[in-house]
Design a protein around this ligand. Structure first.
Ligand SMILES: NCCCC[C@H](NC(=O)[C@@H](N)CC(=O)O)C(=O)O
Length: 466
């Protein structure tokens, strides 16, 4: 058995990195699609869609509705532990393509003429029919993308455990962030060619390519399992049982990391959806220019993440790194909130984006490779599923909270924008203070995590590489 493991494909550096490139490519396209509408908030607020900030925020949060309310993420984790990586990757890929197609259809001219559009427009008149269908599509896409996310994490652990695990996870996230960079650069360009639906169509085409790379990876996965043979087969007592969910939810390390995860990501991903508009308002620049500035946030974070991963593999200090990341998160959101528009300039904006980008590499680089240290391998997929589930509760609700707080703290502005009033813009102080508040709570939980780690001996401060 030892010999089999020694000759396994995962022992070949080249094979490991090819596997990583394949699965990461899909995440590039998936993350592209996640934010495809983010730089288009103002366009969507106008004719023909008329999506107000609350509606825009709701669509952003809609990605997570099925995952959270129907518990799809917990089910995805169980599917992953029970059915394996290949089945789950294919299911995730198909689900993403299906949901994305629906979202695209919602924005086409053809849809506005249909009976479905009339029906969807006949109730809750504040939410246009296109928004309702787009939200349904995005919710289905959300099931796929999160299922893909947990499966990719488990796949990286499968190939890289005891090796360059944090660096590999960092690289995967870097490639995914490149997708976000690309979308902030390209989505406004596509929208100029044919409106928001053109951007979504391009995202859908990219997703189909992403499905292919997942599919190609499954052949490598099959080969690795074949090589490991019975070594890869779990003993009956090593199989996943539903009761393991109880173990996950009573594990103090898991609960602390999950809390930290929801707080930290609630101040990042929902912010990403409003950042273009916030920068454009605060700097008084066009949306396209603001989107181009902001695109350096994910790419900067992405480039740094593998290096932090490399450091964590070699030197450890994972729990401390999460604390430093949470601190930088607070600093950056406070700058966005409290520096008045008159003093806010491009240099301050870029420096603040860099600070936030460093936070966005420190925390993810250390958080995700910490999970295999606190739970058993047989229910790792479910543990990732459960953390994502808790995180998704925040990602679903926070964009709505931010959209609502933006409208409430800027009475009448949305009406002015819809009417095309020159110079009408939002003040983002209240939403930014909310984001900073999440960061303060995240600092508190990072401190708790260090205490729990010391008590339970998870080894979060130890290097990953043996
Ligand atoms: N291998 C790392 C996996 C987690 C990456 C993490 N993504 C998420 O947490 C997603 N649940 C969020 C989303 O899909 O919106 C990240 O840092 O990107």
């Amino acid at each position: 058995m030892t010999e089999k493991i020694q000759h396994a494909l995962s022992e070949s550096k080249t094979a490991r990195w090819i596997a990583l490139i394949l699965i990461s490519s899909t995440m590039f396209f998936a993350y592209f699609f996640v934010d495809v509408l983010a730089p288009l908030q103002e366009l969507l607020e106008k004719s023909p869609t008329f999506w107000k900030p609350e509606v825009f925020g709701m669509i952003g949060g809609g990605e997570f509705v099925l995952n959270v309310v129907a518990g799809m993420l917990i089910i995805s984790g169980i599917i992953l532990d029970k059915m394996g990586i290949r089945f789950t990757l294919i299911t995730a890929g198909l689900t993403m393509v299906l949901g994305a197609s629906l979202k695209y259809y919602a924005l086409t001219e053809g849809f506005t003429q249909t009976a479905l559009a009339s029906f969807l427009g006949s109730f809750i008149s504040g939410i246009p029919a296109s928004a309702k269908l787009a939200m349904a599509g995005f919710a289905i896409f959300g099931v796929g993308v999160e299922m893909a996310g947990i499966t990719v994490s488990k796949t990286i652990v499968k190939w890289f455990k005891g090796k360059e695990m944090a660096m590999a996870m960092g690289l995967e996230m870097a490639v995914a962030r490149l997708g976000v960079f690309a979308v902030f650069q390209l989505s406004p360009v596509f929208a100029e060619m044919g409106g928001p639906s053109k951007s979504v169509l391009m995202g859908l085409i990219f997703l189909c390519i992403g499905f292919m790379t997942f599919f190609i990876y499954t052949f490598m996965d099959r080969k690795l399992d074949k090589q490991l043979g019975e070594a890869a087969q779990l003993e009956p007592e090593d199989e996943f049982h539903l009761s393991d969910l109880g173990k996950i939810f009573t594990n103090p390390g898991f609960l602390t990391i999950a809390g930290l995860c929801v707080l930290f990501y609630s101040a990042i991903f929902p912010f990403q959806k409003f950042a273009t508009n916030m920068l454009s308002s605060k700097l008084d620049i066009s949306l396209k220019e603001a989107s181009a500035y902001f695109s350096y946030f994910p790419i900067g974070a992405g480039l740094l993440t593998p290096f932090i991963g490399w450091f964590l593999d070699k030197k450890g200090k994972g729990a401390s790194v999460m604390l430093y990341g949470a601190m930088l998160l607070v600093v950056s959101h406070l700058i966005f909130a409290l520096v008045p528009a008159e003093s806010f300039n491009t240099a301050i904006a870029l420096i603040t984006i860099v600070i936030l980008g460093v936070a966005f590499s420190l925390v993810p680089a250390s958080m995700w490779p910490s999970v295999p240290k606190i739970v058993e391998a047989r229910y790792l997929g479910s543990a990732y599923g459960c953390i994502f589930w808790i995180q998704n509760i925040g990602l679903m609700l926070v964009p709505m909270l931010i959209g609502w707080s933006l409208s409430a703290s800027n009475p009448g502005v949305s009406e002015q924008i819809a009417a095309g009033v020159e110079g009408a813009k939002y003040n983002y102080m209240v939403p930014e203070l909310i984001f900073a508040g999440f960061g303060v709570l995240a600092i508190g939980l990072s401190i708790v995590l260090r205490v729990v780690d010391r008590k339970k001996g998870y080894g979060l401060e130890l290097p990953n590489k043996k």
